[in-house]
Design a protein around this ligand. Structure first.
Ligand code: ADP
Length: 199
């Protein structure tokens, strides 16, 4: 039986990576492959370079999308086909929400345009947990990071958050929204319940 694909999404500072590390150590989850986007292979490194420079937004989208294709081909699909559960810290919805923001004005509906170029080859997650938080709190949380990205600004993250909420509204069967302006232990308990009810 094909494994389940679960993705963790949300704006920078919403707590995805923190939760991903905690889930790795959680005994209730068993054999899970944890992964992330951008990846750490060479295309992922190119994405990181784009994130930390003023690369053209369309070029940046295609780098992210190439990384996504390689990630699916080399990591996600083989794991799912061998029956493993996969949890990815960021995945295709990050592209729709973030590049939907950066490409604002270049297409009539950038988020839909980006979804269209993923159609027929991306693997749609079985479950997406949207870590939802006010951008002001998220940016505050990120402020003590050693390296910041160009996305970690309140006005930009307001738009990204709105895009995520639109995606969740359009696909309520797949998305579960979790309020992450709470104690980590409470968020973790909810996330574990959500995941164990699927796998
Ligand atoms: P993301 O991966 O979504 O960008 P992180 O998991 O890196 O977010 O969290 C950003 C910062 O916020 C980190 O310093 C982390 O320790 C802190 N953090 C995460 N979750 C919470 C929480 N529920 N309450 C307070 N701080 C948190």
């Amino acid at each position: 039986m094909r494994g389940k694909l679960i993705t963790l999404e949300g704006i920078d500072g919403s707590g995805k990576s923190t939760m991903s590390s905690r889930l790795k150590a959680h005994p209730a989850l068993g054999d899970v492959l944890f992964t992330r986007e951008p990846t750490t292979d060479w295309i992922g490194e190119a994405v990181e370079r784009a994130i930390h420079s003023d690369t053209d937004h369309l070029a940046e989208l295609f780098l992210f999308t190439a990384d996504h294709a390689e990630h699916i081909a080399k990591v996600i699909r083989p794991a799912l086909e061998s029956g493993r559960t996969v949890i990815s810290d960021r995945y295709s919805d990050s592209r729709y929400a973030y590049q939907g923001m950066t490409l604002h004005g270049r297409f009539e509906d950038p988020m839909k345009w980006i979804q269209d170029i993923h159609r027929d080859w991306t693997i749609v997650p079985d479950l997406t947990i949207l870590f939802d938080i006010e951008p002001e709190i998220a940016v505050q949380r990120c402020s003590n990071r050693s390296e910041q990205t160009k996305f970690e600004k309140i006005e930009l993250l307001e738009d990204v958050r709105a895009n995520y909420l639109r995606l969740a509204g359009e696909d309520p069967e797949r998305f579960v929204i979790v309020n992450t302006d709470r104690a980590i232990k409470r968020i973790e308990a909810d996330v574990i319940d959500i995941i164990t009810s699927l796998v």
